[in-house]
Design a protein around this ligand. Structure first.
Ligand code: NAP
Ligand code: F7E
Length: 324
């Protein structure tokens, strides 16, 4: 039985990846970060909790001995590094912590592999945020597009991306970067724009809120479904050689487009949407559209969910939970 260790197992992607790997027959271990309030920390992995409860361990990406203890004993076949302070706007407020979890955290894991489990294959959750406002002439970002980040988060992810490449070349570690564009689901944190819109709109529909307050409505993102993207993560580690791959849908929509679809579907007037400078970023990434042909050619991966199917699932989730 193959073993996998996931950092960030209780996050959006970690929870879907864990379910996917269990279905594929892996024994899955997970790292939980110590939070003062533990209630609800594992709600995203409730449905599989009993299967993995014995394999959940406290550790922290910024605490090297905690990682070494686990990696040297488990010696996992696959290590997926999904843990991070992952909110871009918050990274402007907490740049040092963001950088520590992402940059230092990634080096810590690679050092553990190097010293105590050199056969472990390593997946790094790299991000389209690393591109900043670089766009190719054809409107896409791909693996060869210059990476010029515009946020502390993007900058920390770029450091981690490079350190993965350096350890791959220097020490022959099987270490790959998945350069994932935005991916969403009902399990997305509610302070990310998609789930904020879906949840707030259902609240308005049910008379529980008056308005939705957002920042930049013109920003464009390439939004896919997290379930599709965790399949790609496993495919990347099962590819014959370590490499770096863009994972995206190849389509882009604005925040305004997202709102239009949700509000029209729920029959809510658009004047319920307001904007506030509170949600504007000091430096904005304007537009993302990813070319995933390298990943498709190497592994056969392609997204299964459409943009609208993904949003429908998010709305249905909130309709069920909010009416309860
Ligand atoms: P998420 O829901 O925010 O999950 C982040 C996870 O990291 C949580 O489980 C969190 O634990 C954990 N974590 C935070 N700080 C930690 C620390 N110091 N030590 C150990 N664990 C820590 O993020 P996601 O959407 O699943 O994304 C997964 C990864 O992909 C992240 O690295 C993110 O930056 C990256 N990424 C995401 C996207 C996207 O669109 N979703 C796109 C590209 C890349 P607690 O919840 O207990 O704090
Ligand atoms: O913002 C605009 C905001 O916070 C999307 C993370 O998973 O994807 C994610 O980062 C856009 C931005 O995601 C609000 O200005 C408008 O242009 O949902 P978001 P993100 O910043 O793109 C990348 C790939 C990651 O790697 C990250 O980990 O929406 N926007 N109004 C707003 N955004 C938020 N959060 N809240 C608003 O009210």
């Amino acid at each position: 039985m193959k073993t996998a260790l996931i950092t960030g197992i209780n996050g959006q992607d970690g929870s879907y990846l864990c379910e996917h790997l269990l279905q594929e027959g892996y024994k899955v271990y997970g790292i939980l970060k110590r939070n003062s309030v533990t209630e609800n920390q594992t709600f995203r992995i409730n449905s599989i909790f009993d299967e993995i409860a014995d394999n959940l361990e406290y550790a922290d990406l910024t605490d090297m001995p905690s990682l070494l203890r686990l990696i040297s004993t488990i010696k996992p076949d696959h290590l997926y590094n999904l843990g991070a302070q992952s909110h871009v706007q918050i990274s402007f407020n907490q740049p040092v912590y963001t950088s520590k979890t992402i940059s230092e955290g990634t080096i810590n894991l690679l050092e553990c592999i190097k010293s105590s489990s050199p056969k472990t294959k390593f997946y790094q959750a790299s991000s389209s945020e690393m591109f900043g406002n670089s766009i190719e002439k054809d409107g896409f970002q791909r693996e060869s597009t210059p990476m010029i980040p515009v946020s502390p988060y993007g900058s920390a992810k770029l450091f981690a991306y490079n350190i993965v490449r350096i350890y791959r070349k220097s020490y022959k570690i099987f270490a790959s970067n998945g350069i994932l564009f935005n991916h969403e689901s009902p399990r997305r944190g509610i302070n990310f724009v998609t789930n904020k819109i879906a949840r707030e709109a259902v609240m308005i529909k049910n008379g529980l809120s008056d308005k939705l307050v957002l920042g930049n409505l013109q920003a464009k993102r390439d939004w896919g479904h997290a379930k599709d993207y965790v399949r790609a993560m496993e495919m990347i580690l099962n590819h014959k050689e370590p490499d770096d791959f863009v994972c995206a849908t190849g389509q882009t929509h604005s925040v305004q487009d997202f709102c239009d679809y949700v509000f029209k579907k729920l029959n809510i007037p658009m004047n319920k949407i307001e904007t506030s400078s509170k949600y504007l970023r000091p430096y904005e990434l304007e537009e993302l559209k990813g070319d995933f042909s390298k990943l498709k050619n190497a592994t056969g991966w392609k997204p299964e969910y459409t943009f609208h199917e993904m949003i429908d699932e998010m709305i249905e989730h909130w309709e069920k939970n909010i009416s309860k």
